[in-house]
Design a protein around this ligand. Structure first.
Ligand code: C2E
Ligand code: CA
Ligand code: CA
Length: 663
């Protein structure tokens, strides 16, 4: 029987009887303190990011929100469809996919709206649509059933994006692995998100209308520099290679791979003799020339390309969907041809030439402005070669890229690892100040000896496969310091914790290395080794990770969840992981004395830790007020600049010595 219908109350889903709501999902988030903490942060964080977002960042903000909500509700896919400007078609504009789920965004562009006709009838009544089982859609919705089945969708829940009477499209959740019911909480979260996204879309559209007035060059009626940058930004965003899982099953000849591979081309055109013409013939003639040139250039472009006037005598073109250097050359040839005919100006016929520079979005440009300045660099080179020519930007001179490559190269070199050392940040008993443990933090200096923060070098090391070497070196250095310098000064037990990237827990070889090192350590007296993993890392759905965590735990290593409260774990999940501690993220700690919500959330974390028998440590404590508040909420352990900053081995040794003398 047909199961596509709009259901004003989700209870009607469960009443249908034939689809049981999964027990795990039927738990309302408020029944689970861990989910409550996650939900609070989710809603708060999302609302804040929406309130602050501007047109340039909105796509990222929406995608991040889809990811947060999708992971929170544990669905396979979360996405946004927006009406195309023609109002008759829909396009998938934002998408988040769970681990191992194929993206479909590229297959769902410019879809006729009739396909989802019945949905929009429900949307107009401000209702959502729930399809429990796509296979059971009735035959009068065969086309929809076909499209959904093609994407492997088994169950879905969609809700309108409507704000102030404007329909923007819809938002939805899919299950593709198996049919699955949605809970009341899933629906609530989806509707809250839908309302906020729609409101944000309306706000940005209004801002856009106002801004337009400021975005057009009054002389030529072309977009100005600001608008061009925005156009390129859109092209570049669209062109950014998506991390996609390609299962090779997609044999359509017309894949949108040109876009997926990221191929916008920016061309800059600077007239060679404009200053002289202006001087000799006057500004009015100069203006006339600019208008004529704009016209010529416009005619040499296709309707989907963009022309702008971005400076006095500087024009820019954005060519979408060009594939390689040769198409850039083809375009430049057309532009050159457009200018090769003399231009009639103020009763004279002028021969005009231009210097052109091109840059191609090869996926290494982060901002539109980078792509534009690359084209500008090339244009200046064309000018310095005598003008009347085009030069393509040499990608290798892209500084950002070169810098990253150099950093990775240096880290790989023999001297590279010698720039690596460690810092020790003590962890204390919040009531007594006694040092009970220490976190090991990697520090690294580049070839010039200047420090590179871990937030920069850890991701580079991860991308270039160097992390195992770094962790090995960090652990070796630590164990050496511990053996020779710290252990003799410890009376009770010192917890030594190292940070490990979750990805490496999937690597068997890395695990063997780590265990070898740590086995050795567990023999060395009063030391207890901890491993810190971020919450998102542990929650990644990987059986291997859990298995390896278990192996570590069995060999006596304690495992702590780092940045706790920033991911979307569930109580049930935590209970089944072999963990021994939680680290309250700094974002809960900062200013907690004046923040009742964070106080509530930390109190909830104290309860969770107590319930599960876990040790709880708050990180990032910067002052006495934070320390005292946390202690009064029942947090026993803490770490932070206000207690001790990260320090070298000498200083930490001295600190242990002082503590011992004081005892
Ligand atoms: P994390 O594990 O959350 O480490 C805590 C970070 O907070 C450290 O930054 C520490 O210096 C900083 N911190 C501690 N107390 C305070 C405070 O009171 N206020 C403020 N504002 N910050 C405080 P650091 O050393 O820059 O490390 C950043 C991140 O890099 C770490 O975050 C960790 O995720 C990663 N990392 C550091 N060392 C390693 C390593 O050996 N391996 C791996 N995989 N990751 C590492
Ligand atoms: Ca840490
Ligand atoms: Ca942390």
């Amino acid at each position: 029987m047909g199961t596509s219908e709009s259901i004003p109350r989700l209870s009607s889903v469960t009443q249908r009887g034939e689809r049981r709501v999964d027990d795990r999902r039927s738990v309302a988030p408020t029944d689970d303190p861990v989910r409550l903490v996650g939900l609070h942060r989710l809603v708060r964080g999302t609302m804040r990011s929406f309130a602050e977002t501007v047109a340039e960042s909105v796509d990222e903000v929406f995608t991040v929100a889809l990811g947060a909500v999708g992971s929170f509700c544990d669905v396979d896919r979360a996405y946004i469809f927006q009406l195309d400007p023609d109002g008759d078609h829909l396009s998938n504009t934002h998408e988040w996919c769970g681990t191992g789920i194929n993206p479909e965004i590229d297959n769902l562009q410019h879809v006729p709206i009739e396909v989802a006709g019945p949905w929009f009838e429900a949307f107009e009544r401000d209702e959502h649509v729930y399809i429990a089982d796509v296979d059971e859609l009735p035959d009068d919705q065969a086309e929809l059933r076909g499209i959904l089945a093609e994407q492997g969708i088994r169950s879905l829940l969609v809700a309108p994006l409507r704000s102030g009477g404007t329909m923007h499209g819809f938002i939805g959740f899919d299950y593709v692995r198996h049919t699955s019911a949605f809970s009341r909480a899933d629906l609530d979260v989806l509707r809250i998100l839908a309302d906020s996204i729609a409101a944000t879309m309306s706000r940005l559209a209004a801002e856009e209308r106002i801004r337009h007035v400021a975005l057009v060059d009054p002389l030529t009626d072309l977009p100005n520099r600001a608008m061009f940058t925005e156009l390129v930004e859109q092209g570049v965003t669209l062109g950014t290679p998506r991390s996609r899982v390609d299962d090779g099953s997609d044999h359509q000849p017309e894949r949108r791979s040109d876009r997926a591979a990221g191929r916008a081309v920016v061309g800059l055109i600077d007239l060679d003799q404009f200053a002289q013409i202006n001087e000799a013939m006057g500004f009015e003639a100069g203006d006339e020339l600019l208008v004529a040139v704009a016209d010529r250039l416009q005619q040499s472009l296709r309707p989907e390309d963009h022309l702008a006037r971005i400076g006095g005598d500087e024009f820019a073109v954005l060519i979408d969907g060009a594939v390689d250097e040769s198409s850039a050359e083809a375009v430049s040839a057309r532009l050159v041809a457009a200018l090769s005919e003399p231009v009639p100006v103020a009763g004279h016929v002028l021969a005009v030439t231009a210097s052109m520079g091109f840059s191609i979005d090869d996926g290494t440009f982060i901002h539109a402005s980078d792509l534009i300045s690359a084209a500008e660099t090339a244009m200046r080179e064309a000018k310095s070669l005598g003008g009347a020519r085009a030069v393509a930007f040499d990608k290798d001179s892209g500084q950002r890229l070169a810098q990253r490559v150099n950093l990775a190269l240096f880290m790989r070199s023999a001297e590279g690892l010698s720039g690596l050392h460690v810092a020790y940040q003590p962890a204390v008993d919040l009531a007594t100040g006694q040092i009970l443990g220490v976190e090991v933090l990697a520090r690294w200096e580049d070839a010039d000896g200047s420090p590179v923060p871990p937030d920069i070098f850890i991701p580079i090391a991860e991308e270039s496969g160097l992390i195992p070497n770094i962790t090995r070196r960090v652990v070796e250095t630590t164990l050496c310091d511990v053996d020779e310098r710290f252990a003799p000064l410890v009376d009770g037990v010192l917890a030594v914790s190292v940070n490990v990237s979750a990805f490496h827990l999937t690597q068997t070889r890395f695990m063997d290395d780590l265990r070898g090192l740590i086995d050795h350590a567990s023999e060395s007296g009063p030391i207890r080794i901890w491993v810190e993993l971020t919450e998102s890392g542990v929650m990644a759905e990987s059986g291997v990770v859990v298995e390896h965590l278990q192996m570590l735990a069995d060999s006596g290593v304690r495992i702590a969840i780092d940045d706790f409260g920033t991911g979307y774990s569930s109580f049930a999940r935590l209970r089944h992981l072999p963990i021994a501690g939680l680290k309250v993220d700094r974002s809960f700690v900062t200013g907690i004395q004046d923040d009742p919500i964070n106080q509530t959330l930390v109190r909830a974390q104290v309860d969770i830790a107590a319930e599960l028998g876990l040790l709880l440590l708050a990180e990032g404590i910067e002052d006495e007020a934070e320390r005292a508040t946390l202690a009064s909420l029942g947090v026993r352990f803490g770490q932070g600049f206000g207690l001790h900053r990260p320090m070298g081995a000498d200083d930490f040794e001295a600190l242990l010595r002082t503590q011992r003398a004081g005892d």
